[in-house]
Design a protein around this ligand. Structure first.
Ligand SMILES: [Zn+2]
Length: 204
């Protein structure tokens, strides 16, 4: 394997460039790390020095380390249905930013997200799911309402709106808002296209 690039990207801009370059390697079918899922590679990672923390969906088609062609030790990954936040997620991000000095947080939504589809269905039918799935749907619902649940393109628009809402919530997080204001940390949103493998940044 090539030497780890972990630790090289200590600014938000450099970290973002590193991630997007990795995605381009993945899309082009020429990953550097994608094939190297070995114990030897894990051991070679040494101390943890990640440069980004990614919050994505649980969807089995969106493995974050793979689509950004990352290696052991380079990124921290948190996954929940439609990247819904709760205190454990926020605390984990605060830890990575505050304790590990990571300069970039990326929220990644994706096309054809089942959790977002559940929220669209709930708002269209009025039938709210039970259990903790209701929490998930409730957290996504405001994005669906904002784009209009009955709009034929409600799902793809809600995917993007929900990413931006999640970014805004994280930017306002007690322990992140200071570093973000100082420019030491950035929180960005992006969407993954299942059909092409491409990650596209969203303006915020
Ligand atoms: Zn999803």
């Amino acid at each position: 394997m090539t030497g780890s690039s972990a630790g090289a990207a200590r600014t938000p801009r450099a970290a973002l460039a590193e991630l997007l370059t990795g995605n381009r390697r993945f899309v082009s079918g020429q990953p550097v790390h994608g094939h190297d899922v070995t114990a030897a590679a894990a051991v070679a990672s040494g101390d943890q020095q990640p440069y980004a923390v990614l919050l994505g969906c649980i969807d089995s088609r969106v493995p974050l380390e793979a689509i950004f062609d990352q290696t052991f030790g380079s990124i921290c990954v948190i996954r929940t249905g439609a990247h819904v936040l709760d205190r454990a997620v926020c605390g984990s991000i605060e830890y990575v930013v505050g304790q590990l000095g990571v300069p970039l947080v990326m929220v990644l939504g994706h096309e054809r997200c089942g959790a977002v589809a559940s929220a669209v269905d709930t708002l269209r039918t009025g039938e709210r799911p039970g259990g903790s799935l209701a929490y998930l749907v409730d957290q996504i619902a405001p994005a669906v309402t904002e784009v209009g649940a009955d709009d034929p393109r409600a799902h793809p628009m809600a995917v993007r709106r929900h990413v931006l809402r999640t970014v805004a919530t994280l930017r306002a997080d007690d322990l992140l808002t200071g570093p973000v204001a100082e420019g030491r940390v950035d929180v960005v949103g992006a969407v993954y296209d299942l059909a092409t493998g491409e990650v596209t940044l969203l303006d915020h």
